[in-house]
Write a protein that binds this ligand. Structure first.
Ligand code: AMP
Ligand code: MG
Length: 345
């Protein structure tokens, strides 16, 4: 299949430029499109075959549900019967934006979308190109990240090309995604739970709900995270990743010690800007200043993909503080490392 590339300047475009993409979606084809988090691989909700194509093209396990994307609040009524007032407060505060909410699903929502679950995940992206595309289609669009399953998520048009060229009819390239990590996924049971941390942080949600929010990610259920738990390796580059957490100078010292002990030739360190000169004879890539985890978030997947391009044989990453967006970046690094985390002090 020939993939068409639609280049869009997200700051200045005519929505009609997106018409061919909307037509492909409406006709049951797949389109990769930019959002403020990562690029999504979209299929319109009422085309069962297109929904199946998403799983096939990505190599995505069928038990991993998809998020529905909408542009208007009224579309929620196509998806769920009622909206809990606590959800409404979050919607008012964070939509459009990188917050995915889990609702009880309406009977007519395909179980292909929800992987057989009785619930459905929904979000309203804020990226202008995503919004205009969703407006033209005017049906909810199911979209996971537009990468091959397991690889680092795509935050640039080139990343989507690397993974999906020749496999889908169209890729909309609008440059880098501003947030750079996937949306926060939030479930309101009796208590609120963050199932996946993102750039809408626990602190931000707690402020709106005025109650404690628990972050529950796969990681906590692993007995011994140090074991190379392939089950959790995700968002991952080719080379093994070691995440080193702890006090700043101890982290630098530990990584230097490991570099000395490893026989591998092509080591890459992902380090904060302050530490770029702390490592010798290895490639060092810049996560941004330690105090600015949103910069690490925006760069993370591009850096992990660069490690593949530079044919890294081993990757060491300086850990972040688990507050604010740092929680989300740490979560993705934990998964990229397959749980291979070292704590130093
Ligand atoms: P991706 O589209 O690749 O960002 O992945 C979507 C993620 O959303 C899934 O891996 C789940 O973590 C989450 N998700 C989607 N639907 C549900 C649901 N019904 N319940 C809980 N989590 C969900
Ligand atoms: Mg994904």
């Amino acid at each position: 299949m020939k993939t068409h590339y639609l280049k869009i300047n997200p700051e200045r475009f005519d929505p009609e430029q997106l018409r061919p993409a909307a037509d492909i979606l409406a006709g049951g084809g797949l389109v990769a499109f930019p959002t403020e988090t990562v690029y999504g691989l979209g299929a319109v909700i009422n085309h069962e075959a297109a929904l199946h194509d998403i799983f096939q093209v990505k190599g995505r396990p069928g038990d991993n549900p998809l998020i529905l994307h909408i542009w208007h609040h009224r579309q929620l009524s196509e998806i769920t019967e009622t909206v809990d007032p606590r959800y409404q407060r979050l919607i008012d505060a964070f939509w459009p934006g990188p917050l995915t909410l889990i609702f009880p699903k309406k009977a007519e929502i395909s179980s292909t979308v929800t992987a057989g679950l009785p619930t459905v995940a929904v979000r309203m992206p804020s990226h202008p190109v995503a919004r205009e595309l969703l407006r033209l289609v005017n049906r909810p669009v199911a979209a996971p990240s537009a990468n091959l399953s397991g690889r680092p998520s795509p935050t640039r048009g080139e990343h989507v090309r690397e993974d999906l060229d020749g496999k889908i009819p169209m890729i909309i390239d609008a440059g880098p995604c501003p947030a750079g990590i996937e949306s926060t996924v939030l479930l309101l049971a009796e208590k609120p739970y963050i199932l996946r941390p993102g750039s809408v942080t626990r602190e931000m949600v707690e402020e709106i709900l005025a109650e404690p929010v628990e972050v529950v990610t796969g990681g906590e259920t692993v007995d011994r995270p140090q074991a190379p738990g392939m089950k959790y390796r995700h968002y991952a580059p080719e080379a093994p990743v070691t995440l080193v957490e702890g006090e700043e100078q101890a982290v630098v010292a530990a990584i230097n010690r490991m570099i000395g002990e490893t026989g591998d030739e092509n080591i890459i360190v992902l380090a904060f800007s302050e530490h770029l000169n702390c490592y010798q004879d290895v490639t060092v890539l810049d996560l941004g200043p330690r105090e600015s985890p949103w910069i690490a978030a925006a760069r993370l997947y591009d850096l992990l993909r660069s490690c593949d391009q530079m044919k890294a044989t081993r990757i060491y990453v300086e850990g972040l503080e688990k507050t604010g967006v740092g929680t989300a970046v740490e979560n993705r690094l934990f998964k990229a490392a397959g749980g291979n985390v070292i704590h130093v002090s």
